[in-house]
Design a protein. Structure first.
Length: 350
């Protein structure tokens, strides 16, 4: 009880924001106090103090490193989405916002899940002229909302890869392009964002997305997927230890999930029930080290079949068939050299 009173008092020390004067923040309203308040928020929502808490986050330069601010961004997004009737009033209470932090407001609105989020963003846009490009990108659908971010990037199939290999200029210089595709598998901060949204709302929607990442904890495909999957498993167990309702929800999901999810989810539930999560952390670290040392499963399998190789179809023949041009004059060489050519091609595509 005393702790709750201290939280409320600390947040009230922050003066309301005015249109022309930056809000004053009392140093006693520390980031640590707000962090604990955010974690406990879903048990007893305190919507009236959200503006004060957000101003502490801005004052503490929490968003200076965007990749480390996912949990706070998710909380703000969830707070906005949790009360559609007061969403615009809440957003207005954040201002004035320093130009370098305006992206947080834009993204939080887009991630909020509000049915009317686009109109809310349009109406607040004049207050953030420096973020016009980002705002337009969300409104045009060029940047995805939190609910629309895919689990992982869809990789081209074998035929698409072969077509690409034989339709591009072989003498052209390869240019390394920056991959800006946003996926849950390649952006660890999005896991934190989902947790922040859960803390603000208590909704099981973000938990469901985190559960979908669990099979990656058994993956040996890429370090990114293994890391995100392992962190999903670890954080679910860690928070479920202290959250009985979350623990029961995860247990109820065991009967509904497919086999690929059920196995790691069972590990989460057992770790939470027995308060033993050290094993999850050790397993994750060992798996990452193994993947870095030995490479992915696909590369290991590829090396094995490449050694078997005798009698494999030459790359030229496969490509001709894929392109529907059997009579293009590409020689079909059968033998070990052909298998090595195919192996080299696939190695470059991984």
């Amino acid at each position: 009880m005393r702790y709750a009173a201290f939280i409320a008092a600390a947040l009230m020390l922050i003066q309301p924001a005015h249109a022309e004067k930056a809000p004053e923040v009392d140093p006693r309203a520390s980031l640590g106090v707000v962090q604990q308040w955010i974690y406990n928020y879903r048990a007893k929502p305190d919507y009236a103090h959200v503006p004060a808490a957000v101003r502490v986050l801005f004052h503490s330069q929490t968003f200076k490193e965007p990749e480390n601010a996912g949990i706070y961004l998710g909380f703000i997004a969830g707070a906005i989405g949790s009360n559609p009737a007061k969403a615009e009033q809440l957003v207005a209470s954040f201002f004035p916002v320093r130009p370098e932090d305006e992206w947080v407001v834009v993204r939080a609105i887009a991630y909020s899940g509000l049915p009317d989020w686009r109109n809310v963003l349009r109406r607040v846009a004049p207050r953030m002229p420096g973020r016009r490009v980002m705002i337009d990108s969300y409104l045009a659908g060029k940047l995805p909302t939190l609910a629309d971010i895919p689990l992982e990037e869809v990789k081209p199939g074998m035929m698409d890869r072969l077509r690409g290999a034989f339709t591009k200029n072989p003498f052209a210089k390869d240019e390394r392009k920056l991959n800006t595709t946003l996926t849950l598998a390649s952006n660890q901060d999005l896991l934190d964002t989902l947790w922040g949204y859960y803390f603000a709302t208590g909704s099981h929607a973000p938990i469901q997305r985190i559960i979908q990442m669990l099979p990656w904890s058994k993956s040996r495909d890429t370090v990114d997927k293994l890391t995100v999957g392992s962190m999903a498993r670890y954080t679910l167990a860690s928070y479920a230890i202290r959250d009985a309702s979350l623990r029961e929800y995860l247990r109820s999901e065991l009967a509904r999930q497919p086999a690929a999810v059920k196995a790691p989810l069972a590990e989460v539930v057992e770790a939470a029930d027995t308060v033993q999560i050290a094993a999850l952390r050790k397993d994750a670290l060992a798996a990452v080290d193994e993947l870095k040392t030995k490479g992915s499963d696909s590369r290991r399998d590829l090396s094995f079949w490449g050694q078997v190789g005798v009698g494999a179809v030459a790359l030229g023949c496969v490509s001709a068939a894929a392109l529907g041009q059997v009579a293009v004059g590409i020689p079909c060489v059968i033998g070990g050299s052909a298998s090595q050519g195919l192996l080299s091609f696939w190695e470059k595509q991984q």
